[in-house]
Design a protein around this ligand. Structure first.
Ligand code: XMP
Length: 506
């Protein structure tokens, strides 16, 4: 309903009597993934590897695989985001952290790999071995360039140099490789030449110097190795992994956005449960007004064509679709609102397609077949929460119950996440949040455990393998072709039963 159709507040219509209580009901039943199957088509795809899974997350961010990890505190921090970007997807760092910590998580991803590290970590000549140890521990780097007051390198110190050196009070020159033995190269050295130098001198780090001998960058053996190991990685023009980060719409979101963009976030995701709202629209306008449009703004969540159009009108570069399909969501039970996910995707797709704005289908993915169905219905990529929450790269510990290994996942609107957020905001341990605060929360999510599944790579491999297979059943070489020709059939409960393993002992 357009806002103009609404009776003015205080009018007779709103006050009761004159509105007839009609039941407005859409004529078609809404569907989700398990209600349908895709009909196989003639295929000339001879091998799964021939099809491409390339797609987009947002207007400017291309992906080699259509997988995005959820901005949930049990799913995406830097470790998950690094793994996703290396595999060709992207992670969205959740916002249930202090601004400083969330920006740090972004920085970790951006620094994890690059063609040339533009601003290497440095130490001054009067620093101690203890300073080097602390810096390496905090920032997770294996080497520091020691510089003078003019930023000219006077040495290099690596993790190996301090590993067994016990005197943390000693000055750094006790352990560093000094300038006269330091191998450097001029700024702009081609990668192939840098590779040869690293190899010839059996070194792992090559500082780059400008014409005045000042530190201008760093090429590392590890980065070159990563480039070769992860050819599909989602990278920015400097070779750093791409990462997105979530912001909310409550006071403070502008400061958060500023810090995240400053830390190098490639996209911000405006994360609000009901994205078709004045808060989302105002936040989007405010972000654009304040930070311009040289960055990608993804907004969600919505589940209608009208909501999608409204967010595109305020400058969305990506739309997140899904109200209530998530495995840990109880929004539909608590509020009565939601749209089964396949129908939500199909309703929003004509609007995103017409605007050339990618759609992220968010929630409800249980298996590779759901990814194929979501894409076939019109999404460009899928966002996944609980299926990734059980992996090694998700935040949180592995717990053992009854001899089985688990990790915990939780809805971001669950009681537990709510209390954790209050604790973060007030800078208190969660145990010190007064019990009366617990009673004030109306949770729209639950906490649950998921089986521990090991490294996320193996799950991504299965999801992408299933998608490639799906493309070959569709006779499609690309996701666009899948969308152009996909035909769904609705299935009965008997059809659903037939779709899984049946009548066998597993
Ligand atoms: P899956 O099914 O992949 O879904 O686990 C992940 C998505 O669920 C959404 N989400 C929530 N939705 N209450 C909700 O209604 C919640 O507490 C909640 N937490 C997460 C979110 O869109 C996520 O990407």
């Amino acid at each position: 309903m357009d806002i103009l159709d609404r009776p003015a507040a205080g009018s007779a219509a709103l006050n009761g009597a004159s509105i007839a209580p009609t039941l407005r009901l859409r004529p078609d039943a809404a569907l989700t993934f398990d209600d349908v199957l895709l009909v196989p088509r003639y295929s000339e795809v001879r091998s799964r590897s021939q099809a491409t899974t390339r797609t987009r997350f947002s207007r400017r961010i291309e992906l080699a695989i259509p997988i995005v990890s959820s901005n949930m505190d049990t799913v995406t921090e830097s470790e998950m985001a690094i793994a996703l970007a290396r595999a060709g997807g992207i992670g969205v760092i959740h916002r249930f952290l202090t601004i400083h910590r969330q920006a740090d998580e972004v920085r970790r991803v951006k620094r994890s790999q690059a063609t040339v590290v533009k601003t290497p970590f440095t130490l001054k000549g009067d620093a101690t071995v203890g300073d080097a140890r602390a810096m390496m521990g905090e920032d997770g780097v294996g080497g520091l360039i020691v510089i003078d007051g003019e930023r000219r390198p006077i040495g290099i110190v690596t993790r190996r140099d301090i590993m067994f050196f016990d005197d943390d009070g000693a000055t750094i020159d006790a352990v560093m490789t000094p300038r006269d033995r330091l191998i450097t190269a001029p700024e702009g050295t081609p990668i192939a030449d840098a590779r040869r130098l690293l190899d010839a001198h059996r070194i792992e780090k090559l500082p780059l110097l400008d014409a005045d001998g000042r530190l201008a960058g760093l090429i590392t053996a590890k980065d070159l190795e990563h480039r070769a190991m992860f050819p599909d990685a989602t990278i920015d023009p400097t070779g750093s992994l791409r990462v997105a980060a979530a912001v909310g719409v409550r006071p403070g979101f502008l400061e958060r956005a500023e810090q995240l963009l400053h830390a190098g976030a490639d996209a911000l995701v405006i994360d609000i449960a009901h994205g078709d709202s004045v808060m989302a629209v105002d936040a989007a306008r405010e972000l654009r007004r304040t930070f311009g449009d040289n960055w990608d703004m993804v907004i969600g969540n919505v589940a209608t064509a009208a909501g999608t159009a409204r967010l595109i009108d305020v400058g969305a570069d990506g739309i997140k679709v899904g109200i209530g399909p998530g495995s840990i969501c109880v929004t539909r039970i608590v509020t009565g609102f939601g749209v089964p996910q396949l129908s939500a995707i199909a309703e929003c797709a004509p609007v995103t397609a017409a605007a050339g704005v990618p759609m992220v289908a968010d929630g409800g993915i249980k298996a590779a077949g759901d990814v194929v169905k979501a894409l076939a219905a019109g999404a460009q990529c899928v966002m996944i929460g609980s299926l990734l929450a059980g992996t090694r790269e998700s935040p949180g510990m592995v717990v053992v119950r009854g001899g089985r290994r688990y990790k915990v996942t939780r809805g971001m609107a669950s009681l537990e996440a709510n209390i954790a957020l209050q604790a973060t905001e007030r800078q208190l341990p969660a145990a010190q949040i007064p019990k009366k605060e617990y009673e004030r929360v109306v949770p729209e999510g639950v906490e649950a455990r998921v089986p521990y599944r090991g490294p996320v790579d193996s799950i991504l491999y299965q999801l992408v393998g299933g998608l490639r297979s799906g493309l070959s059943y569709a006779g499609a070489w690309t996701i666009e072709e899948l969308q152009a020709t996909a035909e769904f059939v609705r299935i009965s409960p008997a059809g659903q039963r037939e779709s899984g393993p049946h009548d066998v002992d597993l």
